[in-house]
Design a protein around this ligand. Structure first.
Ligand SMILES: Nc1ncnc2c1ncn2[C@@H]1O[C@H](COP(=O)(O)OP(=O)(O)OP(=O)(O)O)[C@@H](O)[C@H]1O
Length: 407
């Protein structure tokens, strides 16, 4: 089973998280161009008589009194579709709809960290952009601090843009090559709070550079003088300068070397905890997501397949898709990896222009039943915030089959 710490690419962890899992270690710094200081869907059509969860989410952590905090973010039956017109088509040719997000629901509590995993094309970035407000939703509702995003006034939108910040996948591409690092980090502050005295701007930039592990005296350098990991630290500092309440990290480490990935993952985890940030951490790699997330949402073709706290999701996944994702995580040791037999997720992700009827995963599901084509599977509540969109989740796990194959 992939959750064995030995199988994990962060296995050289120096400590353990509260779930008892190893946390990624900060490996020795790789050669870098400049010095870095020591780093400080609700059920729609149920086709079984099964208990149905109202939401695919769960408003976050209990506070000291045991009460659950009101969610900072509530996503309810969110849909995002794009109009697609074939290249070279006549202007009057009717466009087709590409359903990138097809009815997603979850909650996020203040200070909670939520992982979102799924293959490329499952709608993760579209979900992120809809929450930030850079693309409109075509259905459902996004509430931030109780305010419906779609009906916000211009003033409320400005506040929302400050409170919700993003860290992007390609750090170098996300930074303006003509601006100094100091100006890049300061830009959101100067734009949103233009009356901030220059001395205070400089102070906050220096403080953040130090906090993310960059020497403040590099403030006048340009992005090309930094390594990929350092550029991502610059991107993180820029995202934090407005002291946001929610940080959305969209594949923040996928473009980085594996050794640097662990450093950046650790940094994000530390910042999230120390600053009490709510965080959505998007990645296709479950072994990265589990280290930073209190809970994980598993997406497939624009829909939620499973939601649970990180530990149970990884050790006891219920949905065949989650099981297949876990079974397909490679083992870093090439000998063990060659010896391992694992069920490979067959076929390609279907086109979101014409998704399968019923359960969208059924065309690749090793457990598919004929009635999976009949209607959307119910989102079943297994207790403790664990929800799964599969009425056949109690059948033997795909992972059990993998273990048997491996002998
Ligand atoms: N602006 C757009 N116009 C048309 N289609 C889009 C647009 N943005 C995304 N899509 C499509 O929506 C679907 C979901 O894309 P999205 O980028 O959200 O997935 P993802 O899970 O983030 O994948 P990746 O990990 O590759 O970024 C894909 O089929 C993609 O081609």
């Amino acid at each position: 089973m992939m959750t064995d710490p030995k199988d994990d690419k962060f296995a050289e962890a120096s400590g353990r998280d509260e779930a008892g899992d190893p946390i990624p270690a900060a490996p020795p710094a790789s050669a870098t161009p400049v010095a870095t200081p020591p780093s400080p869907a609700p059920a729609e059509v149920a086709h079984k008589d099964a208990p149905v969860a109202k939401e695919a989410g769960n408003a976050g952590r209990p506070d000291r009194t045991g009460k659950r905090a009101a969610p900072i973010l509530r996503v309810e039956d969110l849909r995002v579709a794009f109009d697609i017109r074939p290249r070279g088509a006549w202007p009057w040719t009717p466009s087709k709809k590409l359903h990138a997000v097809g009815g997603i629901s979850f909650d996020l509590a203040p200070g909670e960290s939520l992982g979102v995993v799924g293959e490329s094309g499952s709608g993760k970035s579209t979900l992120a952009r809809a929450i930030v407000g850079t693309i409109p939703s075509t259905g459902g509702r996004i509430e931030f601090e109780g305010q419906d995003l779609a009906s916000m006034s211009e003033r409320q939108r400005r506040v929302h843009r400050k409170d919700v910040q993003m860290v992007f996948q390609d750090p170098l591409a996300a930074l303006n090559p003509r601006m100094t690092v100091g100006d890049i980090i300061a830009e959101p502050l100067v734009t949103h709070e233009p009356k901030t005295p220059r001395k205070e701007v400089r102070r906050r930039v220096a403080e953040l550079m130090e906090r993310v592990g960059l020497l403040p005296n590099l403030v006048s350098r340009y992005p090309h003088e930094f390594s990929g990991g350092q550029c991502q630290r610059i991107g993180i500092a820029r995202a934090l300068i407005l002291r946001p309440k929610l940080l959305i990290c969209d594949e923040p480490v996928s473009a980085l070397d594996v050794s640097v990935q662990a450093q950046v993952v650790n940094l994000l985890k530390e910042l999230q905890r120390d600053m009490g940030l709510a965080m959505i951490f998007i990645a296709h790699d479950l072994s990265v997501v589990k280290h930073v997330s209190d809970r994980i949402v598993v997406m497939y073709l624009g829909r939620v397949m499973e939601v649970a706290k990180s530990k149970p999701l990884v050790t006891n996944p219920e949905h065949p898709y989650t099981q297949a994702l876990i079974a397909s995580v490679p083992i870093p040791d090439p000998v063990l990896e060659r010896a391992r037999k694992r069920p490979v997720l067959g076929g390609e992700l279907p086109s979101p222009m014409s998704p399968p009827s019923g359960c969208v995963f059924r065309t690749r599901c090793p457990k598919a039943h004929p009635d999976c084509a009949d209607g959307l599977p119910p989102m079943l509540d297994l207790g403790d915030g664990h929800r799964v969109a599969c009425p056949y989740h109690e059948e033997p796990s795909v992972l059990d089959a993998a273990r048997q194959m491996a002998g």
